[in-house]
Write a protein that binds this ligand. Structure first.
Ligand code: URA
Length: 204
């Protein structure tokens, strides 16, 4: 994966680098979401964590508060994390898009292309050992970045893909987006099973 190795990966420098990135994102005007959003959501959680979770984009509440997964999908996510015995403190959570698309519509290709550079800079700073992509948009984007074919989330959810980043091995695990369970309750069972299955990887 094209995530170059950082020589200084101390907690302090990570914090400083992420702070610098946040300032750039606040000033970003690369797409029209910069006009409609309230505040960008750069990321949330433990910057020293081994696991980075990548969602799609901030929703309505995330846009208001600047915190990741605090709406309905966040409630589902919290339940799944509990099943897996993982606390939010064990994670850093971010999204492909840093700004909220109006009416929670799906991100456009142009928005993803404009914004994804911020995601890859975050990954380069954070150097996670496990990357979990939530839903088809995040999974498709990350898989295209690491040159792995992505068929569909239905086919690929819960599978573990071992890749080599410049700083070491990384496990990439695509999962259904937690909001899928809000629209289709039968997927809650699938998500719960996946979180139970991957719990071992997450705790390493
Ligand atoms: N959905 C996402 O994909 N990300 C969030 O932060 C919230 C909801």
């Amino acid at each position: 994966m094209n995530i170059p190795c950082k020589s200084s990966s101390s907690f302090i420098s990570k914090q400083q680098e992420l702070e610098q990135l946040s300032q750039e994102i606040v000033l970003c005007r690369k797409c029209s979401l910069a006009i409609s959003r309230n505040r960008p959501l750069v990321g949330d959680g433990n910057i020293g964590a081994n696991i980075v979770m990548i969602g799609e984009a901030p929703g309505y509440y995330e846009d208001l508060k600047g915190k990741a997964f605090i709406g309905n999908a966040g409630k589902v996510l919290d339940g799944l994390l509990q099943v897996a015995g993982i606390s939010r403190q064990d994670l850093y959570i971010t999204n492909v898009l840093k700004c909220h698309p109006p009416h929670n519509r799906a991100p456009s290709l142009q928005e993803i292309q404009s914004c994804s550079c911020y995601l890859y800079r975050q990954l380069k700073i954070l150097q996670p050992k496990v990357i979990i992509t939530l839903g088809k948009h995040a999974s498709k984007e990350l898989f295209s970045r690491i040159f792995l074919p992505f068929s569909s989330i239905t086919e690929m959810h819960g599978k573990v893909f071992e890749i080599k980043a410049s700083y070491g091995p990384v496990k990439v695990i695509p999962l259904y987006h937690p909001s899928a369970a809000c629209h289709n309750p039968s997927l809650l069972e699938v998500l719960t099973k996946d979180f139970e299955t991957i719990a071992g990887y997450l705790k390493k």
